[in-house]
Design a protein. Structure first.
Length: 401
């Protein structure tokens, strides 16, 4: 099977349009709940094009960015989300069976990742964290390469320049600086492309992110900061990290910020297209806060029941991004039962392929951790290697007794 979706890549902006001529204006307007931006208790408005019931909502500012989307492309977006969720579920199962060391699930965040990922052009460059499996899918990275890293058999498994998709970044927030520097280079080269950096609400509290905001604003770098606010930085709720909505932080650095419904794939597609056009048009950075929810655990080593209740989870499950788009497809007559049945079969085939590929991978080289620690040899590393070799040998000796 192919990892390329039927959802088309986003086109260049239409002739005569100027990205950002009303860009700043767009991000400062709200559609409901007045007073929220001024520090009131009400939640600020967010850009939404599909309600949880799948109803299409008109938006004068962002409709133009999805005006030409076809029924085939909508089915492609749904296919992307379904297959990404199936892959993610298989990876979680494999970890539980001892086949992976760890797994960071994207369950619940499919719309944010697929919507933004399909807004990108081939020549744009992506800097992910470690949970952007949906974006990796959109960039054509084979899912089994992602799993190789979590199995410990490679350091990523793909060529970042082959897909314009950088390797996963485990250090929280540091990729925003990498993205900013890369974007500054793009601008100096005069290239007509943009850069996007993904991070979470927890990473938004890191100093690296603040530095990236500063440099990108001062140098007018063509970068989009895409924050997936899934409400929990492991066990820390967003309200313990910021007194204002995260998208408003952009104001202090001098560039626009916008909050989008992160469970609405159409809205995420439209807002990201708008932000990328601003970047390509020389109007500098944008902060997008995709307001979404992590339905599962932070990673497979986490127990979310220790810090959040079922009531909250159930409320967000009612906003499921896949169910939302399926309702829209059915109501609009864009998909029939044959389409969903065929997709289900494709989903199961993907799960089998991933499972078989992982189980065929070699065990990690236990001694690889001692390589490339220093440019030259080091006595302490040699001693640790010898101790580890003796430890490994003790298992063989025990089996032989």
């Amino acid at each position: 099977m192919t990892v390329e979706s039927t959802a088309a890549r986003t086109p260049r902006r239409s002739a005569g349009s100027k990205a950002g001529t009303t860009g700043t204006k767009r991000t400062t307007r709200t559609t409901s709940k007045k007073g929220a931006d001024a520090g009131g208790s009400a939640e600020p408005a967010l850009v939404q094009l599909l309600t949880p019931e799948g109803e299409r909502v008109k938006n004068a500012e962002y409709d133009q960015y999805v005006a030409g989307i076809t029924a085939e492309e909508l089915r492609g977006l749904y296919r992307d989300m379904v297959l990404t969720r199936r892959f993610d579920a298989e990876a979680t199962s494999l970890q539980r069976q001892g086949e992976l060391g760890l797994w960071a699930s994207l369950l619940g965040q499919e719309a944010a990742q697929i919507g933004s990922g399909r807004a990108l052009r081939d020549d744009d460059y992506v800097f992910p964290t470690y949970r952007e499996h949906g974006v990796a899918w959109c960039r054509g990275v084979d899912p089994t390469n992602l799993l190789g890293m979590f199995r410990g058999v490679n350091n990523g498994g793909w060529d970042p320049n082959g897909n314009n998709f950088h390797l996963y970044t485990i250090v929280i927030g540091s990729q925003t600086l990498h993205a900013t520097g890369y974007a500054m280079g793009v601008a100096k080269d005069g290239a007509d492309s943009a850069v996007i950096a993904y991070f979470g609400d927890g990473a938004s509290s890191q100093g690296d992110v603040a530095e990236a905001f500063t440099f990108s604003a001062v140098y007018n770098a063509p970068v989009v900061f895409f924050c997936q606010n899934n409400q929990w930085a492991i066990s820390e709720p967003t309200e313990k990290q910021s007194r204002v909505p995260l998208y408003q932080r952009a104001r202090g650095f001098g560039f626009p910020g916008v909050r989008v419904d992160g469970n609405d794939v159409l809205a995420c597609l439209a807002v990201t297209r708008w932000a990328l056009e601003r970047a390509r048009g020389g109007e500098g950075p944008t902060l997008i806060e995709a307001f979404t929810y992590r339905m599962g655990a932070h990673t497979t080593s986490d127990d979310p029941t220790r810090y959040r209740g079922d009531e909250e989870r159930l409320a967000w499950e009612a906003k499921d991004p896949l169910l939302r788009l399926r309702r829209h497809l059915e109501a609009a007559g864009h998909a029939d039962e044959a389409f969903f049945a065929e997709l289900e079969a494709e989903s199961e085939a993907l799960g089998r392929r991933v499972r078989e590929a992982v189980r065929a991978m070699p065990d990690p080289d236990h001694f690889a951790i001692f390589e490339n620690v220093y440019a030259d040899g080091h006595a302490l590393v040699d001693e640790e290697r010898a101790q580890f070799a003796a430890y490994q040998a003790s298992f063989t000796d025990a089996e032989g007794v």
